[in-house]
Design a binder for this molecule. Structure first.
Ligand code: ADP
Ligand code: F6P
Length: 324
């Protein structure tokens, strides 16, 4: 099996994340160094079924390790859930003599990789998402950059919030996952943190908290709201009406997905990219790469997808205590 792998391909899928380029670079250069041919598939699974496939050389990945986004482009490809489309994609892999495919993306992208593995294509998934919501790993490519981008932006909002003695609702990304919100909530010293996993829609509790903290002399009230809860502008109006404290909403949005990756994202994305190639070379398929207890490890994708991950209840409780 090991000697059969001659050509590998790499694609990025789902939401982009800073550090994806570092991972692509590592896949390409490790594979070339190991004597393989490498192909880049543009626009995720969409590009695969449309045969947007290019040869990759060492210089194809020059000057990208420091850049956000993904040079291969990414896309959502809803039709990839169809078995017929997956079959067709596997045929295209065979046509281009792709013996191994590295998929960089989130849980959804891993499901696509699993489907291709079932069609006989050797696949490895690398965790790429700013949301940190992949259960088999404590680290995902892009989270560190995104959470630092959000933290710095929230610091800036906090300055003006304190000067004007306002309440600020700052909405961070995370449709289904509150990791960015929780980490920023702690790192920015927020008075309230609203997580999709925990929020009970009891706005009165927030109002009471604001009134209480004002009595204690707080000059601002920072609420970190996760995108999954949303409605920050209307929430601001209601909170202002109920508390009498001027309230503004700031939605950070896609700025959190871009920007130069942090050292951590470049480092782990590079090591994981190389690891994925070596997994394929050792004859492995249908694997999801993760980082746990200080080590890069891999799981069967099915096992990885069956795992559950939740935010830390302890961290959530401590956050409340620290914002007194
Ligand atoms: P992420 O990979 O970040 O979780 P998505 O959930 O949007 O992002 O998934 C990215 C892409 O992966 C989808 O657009 C689709 O092409 C593919 N995908 C998602 N779910 C499946 C599935 N159940 N089977 C096959 N492919 C899937
Ligand atoms: O998965 C990353 C993420 O940024 C989520 O936090 C967010 O809900 C989603 O992607 C938004 O995706 P888009 O705006 O690209 O559809």
């Amino acid at each position: 099996m090991a000697e059969q792998v001659k050509t590998i391909a790499v694609l990025t899928s789902g939401g982009d994340a800073p550090g994806m380029n570092a991972a692509i670079r590592a896949v390409v250069r490790t594979a070339l160094a190991r004597g393989l041919k490498v192909k880049g598939i543009e626009r995720g699974y969409s590009g695969l079924i449309n045969e947007e496939i290019v040869d990759m050389y060492p210089h194809s990945v020059s000057d990208i390790i420091q850049r956000g986004g993904t040079i291969l482009g990414t896309a959502r490809c809803p039709e990839f859930v169809e078995p017929e489309v997956q079959k067709q994609a596997a045929e295209i892999c065979r046509k281009y003599e792709i013996d191994g495919l590295v998929v960089i993306g989130g849980d959804g992208s891993f499901r696509g990789a699993q489907a291709l593995a079932r069609q006989g294509i050797n696949t490895v998934g690398l965790p790429g998402t700013i949301d940190l919501d992949i259960a088999c790993t404590d680290y995902t490519i892009g989270f560190d950059t995104a959470v630092n981008t959000a933290m710095e932006a929230i610091d800036k909002v906090r300055d003006t919030s304190s000067s004007h003695e306002r309440c600020s609702i700052i909405e961070v990304m995370g449709r289904h996952a509150g990791f960015i919100a929780l980490w920023c909530g702690i790192a920015n010293g927020a008075e309230d943190i609203l997580l999709p996993e925990r929020y009970d829609y009891n706005e009165q509790a927030i109002v009471n908290n604001i009134i209480e903290k004002r009595k204690l002399g707080k000059k601002h009230h920072i609420i970190i709201n996760a995108e999954g809860i949303g409605h920050s502008n209307s929430m601001a109006k209601r909170i202002e009406a109920a508390t009498g404290m001027e309230t503004r909403a700031t939605i950070l949005g896609h700025m959190q997905r871009g920007g130069n990756p942090t050292c951590k994202d470049r480092y782990y994305a590079s090591i994981m990219g190389a690891y994925a190639v070596d997994l394929l070379l050792s004859g492995k398929t249908n694997r999801a790469v993760g980082f746990k207890n200080g080590e890069i490890i891999d799981f069967d994708i099915e096992d990885a997808l069956a795992m559950k991950k939740d935010i830390s209840e302890y961290a959530f409780e401590i956050a409340k205590l620290l914002s007194i």
